[in-house]
Design a protein around this ligand. Structure first.
Ligand code: MN
Length: 163
């Protein structure tokens, strides 16, 4: 009985030492807003003006990417998907999101949208309001997703689902 307790204590000591070493091996890294560049998204990925500012990108630190995207009224992404899904956190304005085969949905500040892996969708402002959201998604094998067709005006102006 006592032997087991001693083994437990020894194991805990080794584990705590390992965690201490891991914690001191790397330090915090802070980036600053004034060092970032916001840029208009390419026409291959947007209809209209979508300004993207990346907080962090898939790379050496992590496979996660996060950007704040500001959509002018009428602007939206093209149809696209993400290999590990995507969270959208609406921070201002009113927008529309739509998954392939479903009606578009109205989103407002405070709403959080989960787009499941592989599901084609688009996100953007409404035709009369601006919309801003944070987007968080993960890369898989170097890919953040597949890009499809532009959202036609007919698709964009289709009726929204009842809330
Ligand atoms: Mn998306």
């Amino acid at each position: 009985m006592q032997k087991i307790t001693m083994i437990k204590v020894a194991t805990m000591l080794v584990l705590s030492l390992a965690f201490t070493t891991a914690a001191t091996a790397q330090s915090l890294k802070i980036t600053h807003g004034q060092d970032r560049t916001a840029a208009r998204g390419p026409e291959s990925a947007y209809t209209g003006v979508g300004i993207a500012e990346f907080m962090f990108r898939n790379g050496a630190e992590s496979s996660m990417t996060m950007a704040e995207i500001s959509f002018e009224p009428g602007s939206r992404t093209v149809w696209h998907n993400h290999p590990a899904g995507q969270y959208l956190i609406i921070t201002s304005g009113v927008g529309w999101v739509q998954a392939k085969g479903e009606k578009k949905r109205v989103v407002k500040a405070g709403d959080v949208v989960w787009t499941p892996p592989g599901v084609f969708h688009w996100h953007g402002a409404t035709s009369r309001q601006q919309m801003k959201h944070l987007a968080v998604w993960e890369f898989v094998n170097g890919s953040g997703g597949e890009v499809g067709q532009h959202v036609t005006d007919e698709e964009y102006n289709s009726p929204a689902a009842a809330e």
